[in-house]
Design a protein around this ligand. Structure first.
Ligand code: PLP
Length: 432
């Protein structure tokens, strides 16, 4: 066996933790789940943790002066500590629970972008100054719509201008163009750590250093990175990091915004309502301290606790092994499909990529590819993957994406390749 056909993890034993991975589709096709960049599956340990809260410890948090509320508050705050530890944050106040990456980015675009007031009534206190006309926001051509639209909305409100860091034809950032795009007007650089289509692992530390040199803040969209490879927010020097629980074995409806404490302290609240206030009068309100200031209303209690259980599970395996495993699968997919007639990979060579393999095939629409693969039990995604500007840059309307997690096997990559050959045969027969 060569390097590409050995794996660092005992996948078969891990797979037994995932009830859904035992599914058989269309009568006799074992499920081959390769849509992990959209959302991952959950192990029994996470499902059990969620059921356990509902069965024995569920109440609203931080409010009730009763035993059950104390229990669920403890679990909720424990989950925050697990997240803090997982990403290397120093303070628990720096971990804000949101409903996902999308909300985390909107929070920053609204709160930092609009600036405003954080104080009460007559003594309203000016906090972070908002963006003004002529300020600049730097995005890259490979961003997800979640890391584009909130900035476009901010630009429309403020008159700020969006600049784009271009990519090469093989899907890597053109870093040599960075100096010309960064200047003293740049207020924020918002960049994906890993592209959800190209799989490119971006040199985020380098971007952060360059952005900080001109006084700009950096938001890292880590939706495709935190679940798969180690990320230490302090070592990285990031100002904000956003990610989602459902892409890392956790439940839907919970995400995280990490923000440096002094920045979050200076920023006004995003949503107003219960829990985020210390006091409300007819004249105004006084916001709570962090993290409550950014957690208005009843938070995603059980989802956050489920995310904590997911982090326990990931910690037991270890992110370095997960990353290595996924890279082997990516290499294997590239190897098996290298000579596939008319297939073009999107993104760079496997060594610069995470476990995401997107491609187009001449003469077969991405949706047809995905539908034909489904006949073999293979779940992949097709379309623009919420990256229309990227697809336009690549000169295509849609692509097919296979995305891996640590529970995928080499045999599943072979089933993908086999399914693609069968799909091509179907198309050839139809054309005759
Ligand atoms: N950013 C990237 C890179 C993503 O891949 C995704 C989801 O696919 C998001 C943001 C949005 O995540 P969510 O839908 O969980 O808010």
């Amino acid at each position: 066996m060569n390097a590409v056909t050995t794996l660092p993890l005992d996948v078969e034993s891990l797979r037994r933790d995932f009830p859904i991975l035992q599914a058989v589709l269309h009568g006799d096709q074992p499920l081959v789940y390769l849509d992990n960049a959209a959302t991952t599956q959950r192990p029994r340990q996470v499902i059990d943790a969620i059921s356990d809260v509902y069965e024995t410890k569920y109440a609203n948090v931080h409010r009730g002066i009763h035993w059950l509320s104390d229990q669920s508050t403890d679990l909720y705050e424990e989950a925050r500590q697990k997240v803090r530890h997982f990403i290397g944050a120093v303070h628990r106040e720096e971990v804000i629970f949101t409903h996902g990456t999308t909300e985390s980015i909107n929070l920053v675009a609204r709160s930092l972008g609009d600036g405003g007031f954080g104080g009460q009534g007559g003594s309203l206190r000016a906090t972070a100054g908002g963006f003004r006309a002529g300020d600049e926001i730097l995005l890259t051509e490979m961003e997800h719509h979640s890391n584009i639209v909130p900035w476009q909305q901010l630009a429309a409100r403020s008159g700020a201008v969006i600049r784009w860091l271009p990519i090469t034809d093989d899907g890597q950032l053109k870093l040599d163009e960075l100096p010309a795009l960064l200047n003293e007007r740049t207020r924020i650089v918002a960049v994906a750590a890993v592209s959800n289509v190209l799989g490119t692992i971006n040199p985020v530390a380098e971007l952060i250093a360059a952005a900080h040199a001109v006084g700009a803040k950096v938001l890292v969209d880590a939706a495709q990175s935190v679940p798969h490879q180690p990320l230490d927010v302090v070592k990285l020097g990031a100002d904000f990091v956003a990610f989602s629980g459902h892409k890392m074995l956790g439940p839907t409806g919970v995400g995280v915004l990490y923000g440096r404490r002094e920045l979050l302290e200076a920023m006004p609240p995003f949503l107003g309502g219960g829990s985020m206030i210390r006091r409300v009068t007819r004249d105004g309100f006084e916001p709570s301290d962090l993290p409550a200031k950014f957690e208005a209303g009843t938070p995603p209690i059980v989802s956050a606790i489920g995310l904590g259980a997911a982090i326990d599970y990931l910690d037991r395996i270890g992110l370095p092994a997960i990353h290595e495993h996924e890279q082997r699968l990516t290499e294997y997919a590239h190897k098996l499909l290298a000579d596939f007639p008319g297939l073009r990979f999107l993104g760079p060579e496997p060594k610069h990529k995470a476990g995401i393999v997107s491609f187009v095939i001449d003469g077969i629409h991405a949706h047809d590819v995905a539908q034909l693969l489904d006949r073999s039990g293979v779940a992949v995604r097709a379309g623009h993957h919420c990256t229309m500007p990227l697809h336009k840059r690549l000169g295509i309307n849609a692509s097919t994406r296979a995305s891996f997690y640590f529970y995928n096997t080499l045999a599943e990559v072979e089933t993908l390749a086999q399914g693609l050959h069968e799909a091509r045969d179907v198309f050839r027969r139809q054309k005759k």
